[in-house]
Design a protein around this ligand. Sequence first.
Ligand code: ATP
Ligand code: MG
Length: 394
Amino acid sequence: MSYVICHYSEIGLKGKNRRFFEEKLVENIKRSLKPHFFEFVKRISGRVIIKLTGLTKEGIKKQKEIKASLKNVFGIVNFAFAENSKQEIESIEKKTLELLRGKKFKTFKISTQRSKKEFPLTSQEINEKVGEYILKKAKGKRQKLKVDLENPDITCFIEIVEKYAFLYLEKFKGVGGLPMTVSGKAIVLLSGGIDSPVATFYLMKRGVKAIFVHFYAHPYTNKASIQKVTQIVEVLNKFQFISKIYLVPFAKIQKEILLKTPAKLRVILYRRMMFRITEKIAQREEAQAMITGESVGQVASQTLENIKVIEEVVNLPIFRPLIGQDKEEIINKAQEIGTYDISILPYQDCCSRFLPKHPATKAQLGELKKAEKKLKIEKLVKEAIKTTELKIIK
Ligand code: ATP
Ligand code: MG
């Protein structure tokens, strides 16, 4: 196969932004493939096409690798490895026959899409002509070969577009969504657990570039959580190639909270500090939002009441794409993305250490503010930012 045709859907609806979206998609496809795998990637009407470099002995292996890469490119709804034929019905017929050679099937269908309206035959006429040709050629050899429009064993797709006539037998499902980075940047609070990487996926899918923040409690805990989030980001990089992660030492803040505030408010106070620090990092990065893996009622800090008093400390919008998902749904998605196996490795979460027996499920803003009077909030935030480390993960 010498081409790949990539189809997208929603980008086509984006009016004036369409050009920008399509160019991003082209750029992202190029980045996702090894440079020596393709001659060019370009937009043609309503599609992006990839011209592959000449097939060698390792063709099949290469095709597998290309397929795996394209499955992670947001914006692609489906794609197909295709042959190109001259834009003449005789050539199309012959190429179709070649394509079907060696395939086992009793029924078939030709499905043509014609974007180039100057082509002398309509889609329906092409279907009929090519179908008849295949039947004629099969006479004597394949006794029972039949056209079946409802449920064929095999479908041959033909796309007449610009100067091309593409032919292919199989479409692969893409991940959908919008091209990476068309929607701006957001900061993800990445914990090392199951949920936050899944939350990241959903926003990335809508074209958001994720920048990560992780809070760790060393020396109260070991540094395994850092290794873990690094590994998780490496997996998520299959969608955005390169990522920034801010590693924020949180032990000092935890110690202050532990010593000076009521135990039942601890978790909420930790969270308020995390949000304040994250907002500062967002400002530095010019990110427009924050993302968490919260889901209603999963833990004490995720009741509606507590979510409200936690987010009260920041102005940025907070996105919680998992808010209405059950754990099982989240786990399934984590497995699909490939983060699950890393997320379930044992580690010491900074907030599950020193967890009170009875955390408040309906903390009042008044009592939180009173407790925070005992803390030097601004100073603690500043210090945390100052000691934060930025790591680039490729
Ligand atoms: P997760 O599986 O993502 O850890 P969780 O169900 O364990 O979530 P919590 O521990 O209450 O829930 O965390 C809720 C959200 O807060 C997480 O999804 C994450 O976005 C953020 N968060 C929690 N701990 C950290 C941390 N150490 N660093 C950065 N973000 C964190
Ligand atoms: Mg957690």
